[in-house]
Design a protein around this ligand. Sequence first.
Ligand SMILES: C[S@@+](CC[C@H](N)C(=O)[O-])C[C@H]1O[C@@H](n2cnc3c(N)ncnc32)[C@H](O)[C@@H]1O
Length: 455
Amino acid sequence: MRAVSGGPASQTYAYLHCPRCLRPLKWEEAGQRCGDCPRTGASIDGIPVLGADPEAMVRDWGRQRTAFDEETRTTRDVVLAQIAGQAALGATTRARLQRLHERLERHRVQVGALFDAAGVARVEEPLSRDGRVPGEGVATAYFDQIHRDWGWDTPEPAAALEVVLDVIGDLRPERMLVLGAGACRLPYDLHRALGVQTTVAVDINPLPFFVARRVIAGEPVDLVEFPRCPRDSRSVAVDRTLRCEHPGADGFHLLFADGLEPPVPDGAFDLVFTPWFIDQVPKDLATLVPELGRVVAEGGAWLNHGPLLYQPSHTQPAHRYREDEVHEIAEANGFSMLRHRWDRLLYMESPAGSQGRTEGVSTFLVRKDRAVARADDDSPSWLRDPSIAVHRWPALDDYQPPHPMFAAVADLIDGQRSAEAIAEQMVTRFKLPAEAALGGVMTCLSEMWRARRSL
Ligand SMILES: C[S@@+](CC[C@H](N)C(=O)[O-])C[C@H]1O[C@@H](n2cnc3c(N)ncnc32)[C@H](O)[C@@H]1O
């Protein structure tokens, strides 16, 4: 795993497991690998991608790159047409449009260079949501966060850190998991301020991580900012050099993975941090909190910081919980409240723009006192014990096998055979090596069972 700076990466593997078969990942020089699911291991820009189908995810990024490229060219052409078609333009207005035109091209090239360096090529296919992780916006949706985190001279990051440190009190976690880390400023500042040994920052969106990885390693990144509401004609496009004031802290790691099902073993962390995350994802918080409880050791804590805005497009009214309801959900899941506060914080006030707002932000720290049996832990007994008959479930008929071996296993599920019996069939009928058969079958079964959620 990419240690942004220092520290043997292999140590961090103790905190990760394969998202397909949930077994520990093995460390090899070439990158992270699951011995049982060879497709698990991918690495983009030196950052591990741990998803059920990393190739599909990176392909989607390639489509998004193409869409960004086309949109930027189209906007640039519109600006050019304005310059050419409006003879009566004043000199300053003409200069503004020319600047915009030139910087749009610069922006396209800069962003393209980040994708190129990461090995994400253009994919000439229409955008599709297939295989996209829930909650994930398009790859180019977070430029403002990137500039705020590493480009603006603004009090926002320091104010957020101050609030979070106040709520953290004297807690000093050694292992922190951050979900939806974005461009990583607050997680990185917190990692440094608390002296955390190992932080694993998880996100699903490529560009904020491509930038975070560089600036945290001490490499400045040039990126043009286009403020939504520029202050004056020169502010329509601002050349920025993004950099981190204190780069190179040990033990801060990036990971592309679904934060709704983090690929980490039970109880592997003593703090899970959700900065501006819980209301951004389509998952009902009442089902996300048990997952947070799973990854935190008993006595560990969950730290939240963010508004409760929720996206009307992908949440139901019943799931748009207010602060007191969120606290109740935490308590119902074995957490007890240590500290909480509510602040109105400045949000996204670009120094080059005339816009900005305040947002009510809920920050709380809850401690996990006890493990609670998960209502959504519906993993069947045959997935835990290979001698038990594997039943057929309704969605299995619609399952699209990614590989002929998965298709063969699906065909062999008849409600009578156990995983062991299926493995025997795979050896005799398909000449699977006997020593690999049961592991392979269990992997297929757990992947099929997981896939039922998206059917
Ligand atoms: C509102 S942004 C907040 C980013 C950052 N924490 C901050 O405060 O600037 C929400 C972040 O959650 C990430 N995200 C959304 N769904 C996710 C998922 N299922 N798994 C991991 N990250 C996700 C987005 O990519 C985005 O970076």
